[in-house]
Design a protein around this ligand. Structure first.
Ligand code: GDP
Ligand code: IMO
Ligand code: MG
Length: 461
């Protein structure tokens, strides 16, 4: 049994001090394929920051925060909303599904949280996900996976179907985009929708013809009527959030940037094409909010103690055996957004060395450590074998990643339960050795080990 020592003297320090963060802002970023437990760490740190700013993604994200016996599944709302009086920002890099956002605002208000014009700010530069984006997302996936003359089984991206790719594609196309600022001028938006919707209908019709599916053409006026009540609820929260964050910075206040999705899902640096459509590495925090990189001295890399992936794409350490099933069941590895079972496997340090560099992690939080308790041994992938040769570099091409064979280091397991450990030194020795191996391999300190979903199930320092 691990010791259950009373709170140590370090408990009088703030969490910022216990994590050894430098003064100033911090970015929280996932270093794997998502669902690392970012929501829990953002929630805990939000107590000591002045503002929390989401910088990328949309309702494809699912961030879980557990407070006492209450569970909150946040998709769009920044995970700082559970603390009263914080400034919560949805930055320009986020794609906003107005129906989902209103649902979340209403749901949180019903649970007694004060979401008002002093606590929620939505960037007027952010882009809007409309229902036709979700239709296009599903049709595009169906079209891409259609058998063709050369391939009968095409692996899809496995998107969440939340319209993320089509919305970011429209952002890049510009002429078919709708931005949050457009919700403030409904007369002009009507004209815009009359220009955009026929183009969208033509795209959807072509995809329907190719896939043999059907879809009613969208009526621009009906779409506007649907949007009006949502726009009325969101309008008071819409502002120039870049300007707001610059003011926060000027007043020496601290911003916590919340990354959705994760570095291996980054459109530029992830396992393309099996990625999402935004810059979800820490690099996106700057384009996605308008706050420059040199102002953010802390990048907190969030790492699950093992590896999971949902959707398509290669995963070298995936376990298709009883250990993989055990990790899935003990870790409740089913998607927060789609409920899909997540693929589970051993931690991949080759991938992590790459993502820690791309995102510039200055410290690490290792999450769900409790899930590994009572396994006889723990494996860590330290290199890949390609055509019999050992390599330590993470490949840029997914086809190459699908061909690698993991090379493992094996460490002895540790006994549970560990969920009462309040410091890393209280963890069983073998668990500490596991964390030390990760820190040494990556050359980045492990400052927090999470041992359960609740705030107080956390070992720091
Ligand atoms: P996010 O997308 O990175 O915020 O992560 P998700 O919320 O999608 O998935 C993480 C899941 O693990 C959630 O259900 C959390 O409540 C849960 N969780 C977080 N930390 C821990 C932990 O240390 N142990 C256990 N057992 N569960 C955890
Ligand atoms: P959080 O923030 C896990 C994955 C999807 C799919 C791919 C593209 O909860 O960690 P998309 O709908 O974005 O076009 O899907 O990316 N994906 C995630 N996987 N956690 C997430 O977010 C994800 N966001 C996107 O499963 O494979
Ligand atoms: Mg998630």
């Amino acid at each position: 049994m691990p010791p259950t020592a009373p709170a140590s003297s370090t408990d009088t320090k703030t969490l910022i001090e216990r994590l050894g963060l430098k003064p100033g802002h911090a970015t929280i970023v996932g270093l794997q394929w998502g669902d690392e437990g970012k929501g829990k760490v953002v929630d805990m740190l939000a107590a000591e920051f002045d503002a929390v700013a989401r910088y990328n993604g949309g309702a494809n994200a699912g961030h879980t925060v557990v407070v006492g016996d209450q569970k909150y599944a946040l998709h769009l709302m920044p995970s700082g909303v559970l603390y009263p009086g914080k400034v919560n920002v949805l930055g320009n890099g986020v794609v906003i599904d107005p129906e989902q956002l209103v649902k979340e605002i209403t749901g949180l208000r019903e649970r007694g949280l004060s979401i008002d014009t002093s606590t929620l700010f939505i960037s007027n530069r952010a882009h809007i996900v409309l229902p036709y984006h979700k239709t296009q997302d599903q049709l595009q996936e169906a079209a891409y996976t259609m058998p063709n003359a050369l391939d009968q089984n095409v692996e899809g991206i496995g998107t969440t179907g939340r319209g993320i790719g089509p919305c970011y594609a429209d952002k890049a196309l510009r002429s078919t985009a709708v931005r949050v600022a457009d919700l403030l001028d409904l007369d002009e938006l009507r004209h815009k929708l009359h220009r955009i919707v026929p183009i969208k209908n033509a795209t959807l019709k072509a995809l329907c013809e190719y896939t043999g599916q059907s879809h009613e053409p969208v009526d621009p006026d009906a779409l506007l009527d649907w949007l009006k009540p949502l726009a009325a609820i969101l309008a008071p929260h819409i502002t120039d959030t870049a300007g707001l964050l610059h003011e926060v910075t000027k007043n020496d206040k601290r911003i916590l940037f919340e990354g959705a999705n994760a570095t291996l899902l980054d459109i530029d640096h992830g396992t393309y094409p099996y990625v999402t459509s935004s810059n979800c590495s820490s690099l996106g925090a700057h384009t996605g909010t308008g706050v420059p990189g040199h102002q953010v001295g802390n990048v907190i890399g969030i790492v699950k103690a093992y590896q999971t992936r949902v959707g398509g794409g290669p995963m070298p350490t995936q376990l298709n055996d009883a250990t993989g099933d055990r990790i899935r069941e003990v870790g409740h590895e089913y998607g927060t957004t789609t409920g899909r079972p997540r693929r589970c496997g051993w931690i991949d340090l080759v991938a992590l060395k790459y993502t820690a560099s791309v995102s510039g992690a200055t410290c690490l939080c290792i999450m769900l450590v409790d899930v590994l308790a009572d396994l006889p041994e723990l494996k860590l992938c330290t290199a890949y074998k390609v055509d019999g040769k050992v390599v330590d570099r993470f490949p840029a091409v997914s086809e190459d990643l699908s061909k690698v064979e993991p090379v493992y280091e094996t460490l002895p397991g540790f006994a549970g339960p560990v969920d009462q450990c309040k410091s890393i030194a209280e963890l069983p020795e073998n668990a500490q050795n596991y964390l030390k191996f990760i820190a040494d391999f990556l050359g980045v300190p492990v400052v927090l080990a999470s041992v359960g979903p609740k705030r107080d199930q956390t070992a720091v320092g």
